[in-house]
Design a protein around this ligand. Sequence first.
Ligand code: EPU
Length: 416
Amino acid sequence: MDKLLITGGKRLVGDIQISGAKNAALPILCAGLLTAGDLELSNVPNLHDVATMLKLLRQTGLAIEQNGDKVVMNGSAINKLEAPYELVKTMRASILVLGPLLARFGEAKVSLPGGCAIGSRPVDQHIKGLQALGADISIDAGYIYAKAKKLKGTRVVTDMITVTGTENLLMAATLADGETVLDNAACEPEVTDLANLLVAMGAKIDGIGTHRLVIQGVSSLHGAAHTVISDRIEAATFLCAVAAAGGDITIRNTRVDIMDAALEKLREMGLRLTVGDTWIRAQMDARPTPVSFSTTEYPGFPTDMQAQFMAVNTIADGSSTVQETIFENRFMHVQEMNRLGAAIQTDGNTATIRGVQQLIGAPVMATDLRASASLVIAGLAAKGETLIDRIYHLDRGYDRMEVKLSAVGANITRIK
Ligand code: EPU
């Protein structure tokens, strides 16, 4: 199993190119199931989760050619309407094949995702929504069996805002009979990116970017070309790295307009930001100012940045509190950061962080994707060597993070 060895204390200086967004690419790849035409995608990130999704999609019969960040798919010969446990258990986003397969082919068999490190993460809202659209759904031996000759448009109000739940229902509704209204829909930029692609494929969707999506079903969708949006979480992760380690970096191929909540907090931390349309320059020379925040749905502070900001708070000049409201168990990084000398206490979904002058390198263990990224940030700021174990979590969602960090001066090596 690969590990990362970081010798902290190096300032980060230079340019970093941001990749396409994981959480946009995964649903967008599943949209390939909705059409017999060609989908031509670019800016697809080079990630383990993307490789897993392509493997899952290939075994349905979807033809896929991948060349660097380009993926071309053709769904004219899909013949296996199934997502097996072996793949779903490694990536929960596999549930995103359920809506498209059911809508286009009238049936699907998808393994129920199992447990998850950051929370229980049930898929009841995906199921409830598809049932409202007329699907007959049963659960047997760990599999969801869904059937519907033709889905029928209706109004669906999910109990909570769910990102992949909205994406599954949105894809299903594009091919349903009549009008579907998705109320309490997620409006994360990744949902918007998917919706924009679906429109390019011939779907009729109003309210894109809002909590109410109105979809007029069409009889079929056609091929399209699409560029996956830039990864706002990857971009903000590198900005946190410079906030913690100090330096002067410019991130490129980014989307400043979808990063308000994170940029606001980074400024509050003392990061000097200069922004252009597609780039952000970040300069940091002082000890960070602590920031308190509560995670919430877009456009609020993203749960996917909670751990990375906490890493910066551990060395800030004062105390802060961080509240996690989206997932019930997303503080697995806390114990690992405390092993590096951080002073963090948790009480339920609230963490109190007393900033310390200096973290001290130590061996630590990555527990999930964003926790891994936060340990990298802590390691870059720490004195001495930090060895991060189980970095396969990092590879799931960051495109060659250690290569990008080495290029701006970090002392970081992958140990095979
Ligand atoms: N929920 C339910 N029932 C459902 C669906 C969701 O109870 O049927 C709950 C979840 O347990 C959670 C909350 O609703 O407490 C919100 O979960 P959501 O469904 O929005 O999360 P998700 O769609 O499974 C996506 C991202 C996550 C990101 C969350 C929140 C993808 C592939 N994943 O997950 O990304 O944290 O939205 O923004 O888009 C990551 O990239 O590290 C990551 C975990």
